[in-house]
Design a protein around this ligand. Structure first.
Ligand code: ARG
Length: 586
């Protein structure tokens, strides 16, 4: 209801000027949603905020403001409450006009921004040859939802996969590759190394146990950094192999256009980055390494805590790479926002790294650079999610298991109702529902919450779950189908009119989509979308109980059908922003 709020603010300002003179031309009236709908839809505390300046009782100020408000079509004559709150109730005609606009707009009535911002979402970012774990899954799901929301709001989004594809671990991996797959570098076909994670473990074991191997691995790191052709080739092979398994996950999750720019992408900038930090007097030598010390950061034993940018052996590290990355994103990509969707365990890294970047002058005033942290996923035992044998859960298994569970649920529902469906249909629905359930369970909670991963809960048809919302969509869509209505034709000829209280409540909820999405990109909380959708489906149920649709007389019948359609479309938009596909039947 941004439109409503803006209209009220403008009217309040006009009236304040009329009542108290041009001195108030710069006033910014505060207007909020009313907490109790009995008194209206919105409330302003303007009179209280002006009291000191005008040296008058707020209540008297409020009376003057209300007296001077122009007649208008947006809200009814406001009432004054308590010490001087001004309460507004929207006119029915305003709600109707807004809804009729919303229904014929692909952006659901949300105005395009005057300036499309360049937003970078740093998301997913697993590490080559290591397990892509649940933390990366959360980053992918949350990042995708934030990116989709920005895009829907009209901004220019670039999703970047900052994969860990560089570092000393490649020394041992490449040595292992050369020894175990001697033909790897000469054969032209793509090589299948099998399970890279097992390969990593094997290389690590070799490294820990064999001194000779260890020194060969170290030399290989040097060769890699020097750009030795064969070593680079081996490194690329390993990256390609990992990429294949990451891409399987992205395909299952429906994540597209994720641009891979791993740590290696910034290699050429690292020396200059560290040199600049030294020049600016920020990085200093400390025990052979180059470090930046920030005021107020201490280690556990009370010593100044460094941001290490270059190690003793000359190698650059994670922080140096992120510092180069910031500059690249500002200069080459013209980023105005950078959002790092990374687990809460890295909060200190981002806090300190961004402070260093700021001190170095790499964060322009207009840039909003934010770490968006999230909590951990727990198993049913309340501990960090692991397989029964204590291993990290493979994401592919976890997602496939969700589909299997969804299929079981679907089969039993179908047999209860004696429904028969084709295998292709059942495969499609259970795939969509299973994956949606995992995403929704993650996104419906505040991202800082650690949550227990439970297939039963996430697949439940009751409560704030994906199947519940998808089912709500199916039901609403089903009303039009049942009546054999062609909604496109109806759309041309009919209008939404509101009479019943339940219709008006539903209308108001529909119009809250814009402020919900604003909140998502303000606080990076996709759970606001889930709350919004859940409330929408409840308001819809109340409406549907109170107001017959197909059985109503014209023009109410058409109006209600359009309202149903708008609800369905809004659910589809909302679920889409969560990365969830709707189905027409389930
Ligand atoms: N690869 C890192 C990890 O798995 C996450 C990278 C996050 N992004 C960044 N710009 N540091 O922990």
């Amino acid at each position: 209801m941004n439109n409503a709020i803006n209209t009220i603010k403008a009217s309040l300002k006009d009236s304040a000027v009329k009542a108290f003179g041009a001195a108030l031309a710069g006033v910014e009236p505060g207007v909020d949603q009313a907490t109790n709908s009995q008194f209206g839809d919105f409330q302003s505390n303007l009179a209280m905020t002006l009291s000191k300046q005008l040296k008058q009782q707020p209540r008297l100020i409020a009376e003057q403001i209300v007296k001077n408000l122009d007649e208008n079509e947006s809200f009814e004559k406001p009432s004054i409450a308590g010490p001087g709150f001004i309460n507004f109730r929207l006119q029915k005609s305003f709600l109707e006009a807004q809804l009729n606009e919303m229904k014929s707009d692909p952006y659901a009535g949300i105005a395009r921004p005057p300036h499309a911002k360049k937003v970078i979402v740093d998301m997913s970012s697993p590490n080559i040859a290591k397990e892509m774990h649940v933390g990366h899954l959360r980053s992918t799901i949350i990042g995708e939802s934030i990116a989709r929301t920005y895009k829907f709001l009209g901004h220019d989004v670039l999703k970047i996969n900052h994969v860990g594809d560089w570092g000393t671990q490649f020394g041992m991996l490449i040595c292992e590759l050369k020894e175990k797959f001697p033909t790897a570098l000469t054969q032209s076909d793509a090589l299948d190394l099998g399970d890279l994670v097992a390969f990593y473990k094997q290389a690590k074991k070799h490294f820990d146990e064999d001194e000779d191997f260890k020194s060969r691995a170290r030399q290989t790191v040097v060769a890699l950094q020097a750009g030795d052709v064969d070593t680079i080739k081996a490194w690329k092979l390993l990256c390609a192999q990992s990429r294949k398994s990451f891409e399987e996950i992205y395909a299952i999750l429906g994540v597209e256009n994720l641009q891979e720019r791993g740590e290696s992408y910034y290699n050429d900038m690292l020396a200059d980055t560290v040199a600049a930090l030294v020049d600016k007097g920020l990085a200093v030598d400390s025990e052979g390494a180059k470090c930046v010390f920030l005021d107020g950061y201490l280690t556990e034993d009370g010593k100044p805590m460094p941001v290490i940018v270059q190690k003793k052996d000359g190698g650059y590290n994670y922080s140096a790479t992120d510092l180069a990355t910031v500059q690249h994103r500002v200069k080459q990509d013209h980023a105005e926002e950078i959002i790092y969707v990374v687990d809460a365990g890295q909060a200190l890294h981002f806090e300190m790294m961004l402070k260093v970047a700021e001190k170095a002058g790499w964060i322009p005033d207009y840039l909003r650079a934010k770490h968006v942290p999230f909590g951990v996923v727990l198993g049913e035992d309340g501990k960090k999610l692991k397989t029964r044998s204590g291993e990290t859960v493979r994401l592919k298994d976890l997602l496939e298991e969700a589909v299997v569970h969804a299929r079981k649920d679907l089969d039993s529902r179908l047999s209860e109702r004696n429904r028969t469906e084709s295998d292709a249909w059942k495969d499609d629905v259970s795939r969509k529902v299973g994956i949606a359930a995992v995403k929704y369970a993650d996104l419906s909670l505040n991202r800082m919450t650690n949550y227990v991963f439970s297939y039963d809960k996430m697949l439940s048809l009751q409560g704030n779950t994906a199947p519940y919302m998808m089912y709500a969509y199916v039901r609403v869509k089903g009303i039009g189908r049942e009546g054999g209505i062609d909604l496109d034709t109806l759309e041309q000829s009919a209008k939404i009119i509101l009479n019943e209280p339940a219709e008006i409540e539903l209308a108001k909820q529909l119009l809250k989509l814009d402020e919900t999405l604003d909140a998502v990109v303000r606080d990076f909380l996709p759970n606001r979308v889930c709350e919004y959708l859940f409330e929408l489906s409840q308001k819809f149920n109340q409406f549907y109980e109170a107001c017959p649709v197909l059985g109503a007389e014209e023009p109410v019948r058409s109006s209600r059908l359009l309202l149903c359609d708008l609800v369905a479309r809004t659910i589809k938009i909302g679920l889409g922003l969560l990365g969830i596909d709707t189905v027409e039947r389930m």
